[in-house]
Design a protein around this ligand. Structure first.
Ligand SMILES: *Cc1c(COP(=O)(O)O)cnc(C)c1O
Length: 232
């Protein structure tokens, strides 16, 4: 039987090969295991195989898993990577370590105000809408620097970088164009804010391309935990 540990090792191997191909160091690319819809038992399995960073998309589901696992696994790093309605921002501010999908200053302000004082600042990435489709969430790249300046000034947040979900397409050239545009955004952000270090892009299907375009954090779900079942 193929275990989660086997799949995790295979994903690490893909990351290492992709890094080698573009003369990057494997250690500069972090693996975020996306555990949305999967039970805590599978997170524990991945934990015992050495995985520490996990990504969740749904506020309540993520909160439940954190409350359940935190006592026994306090060193898990929890990343929120889903769309966030402002009336649920408090849950993210109080429970997560990272928030990848900030795209408006209103949400950033709320998260900062709601971050408990005894916790370190919430690590945040600005989500970029690179295809600039109205239907997609994320910030227009032209507003990136202004939003970054607002986040940078908020005491409850630490600006870490950018996150994006490129268009889901088989058109490799379009994918490459979008990843390259994201890398340009990231370089622009780093010029203004040299301390940012995170470009969160790449998933199970496109991590090699994302790494070739400078990703520092790939978000891998199905390649580790198997296909998701949304029928329940
Ligand atoms: C589900 C999800 C992933 C993981 O996708 P896979 O294709 O299963 O690897 C990554 N990022 C975000 C934002 C997601 O919602």
């Amino acid at each position: 039987m193929i275990t989660i540990a086997d799949r995790l090792a295979a994903a690490q191997h893909r990351i290492a090969l992709a890094a080698q191909k573009c003369a990057r160091q494997t250690k500069d690319i972090q693996l975020l295991a996306v555990s949305k819809t999967k039970p805590s038992s599978q997170i524990i399995e991945a934990y015992h195989a050495g995985q520490r960073a996990f990504g969740e998309n749904y506020v309540q589901e993520g909160q439940q898993k954190i409350l359940e696992l935190k006592p026994d696994f306090p060193d898990i790093e929890w990343h929120f990577i889903g769309p966030l309605q402002s009336n649920k921002s408090r849950i993210v501010a109080e429970h997560f370590d990272w928030m990848h999908t900030v795209s408006r200053d209103k949400i950033a302000k709320r998260l900062s105000e709601q971050r408990p004082a005894q916790l370190p600042p919430l690590n945040v990435c600005i989500q970029i809408n690179i295809s600039q489709e109205d239907s997609k969430s994320g910030t227009d790249p032209r507003h990136m620097l202004a939003l970054a300046a607002e986040i940078d000034a908020l005491p409850g947040l630490t600006l870490r970088g950018l996150m994006a979900i490129p268009t889901d397409t088989d058109d490799v050239e379009q994918q490459n164009r979008e990843f390259a545009a994201l890398k340009d955004c990231f370089n622009e952000l780093r010029q203004a804010f040299p301390e940012v270090d995170t470009l969160s892009m790449g998933m199970s299907g496109d991590l090699e391309q994302a790494i070739a375009h400078g990703s520092t954090m790939v978000r891998i779900g199905s390649a580790i935990f198997g296909a998701r079942d949304y029928s329940a």
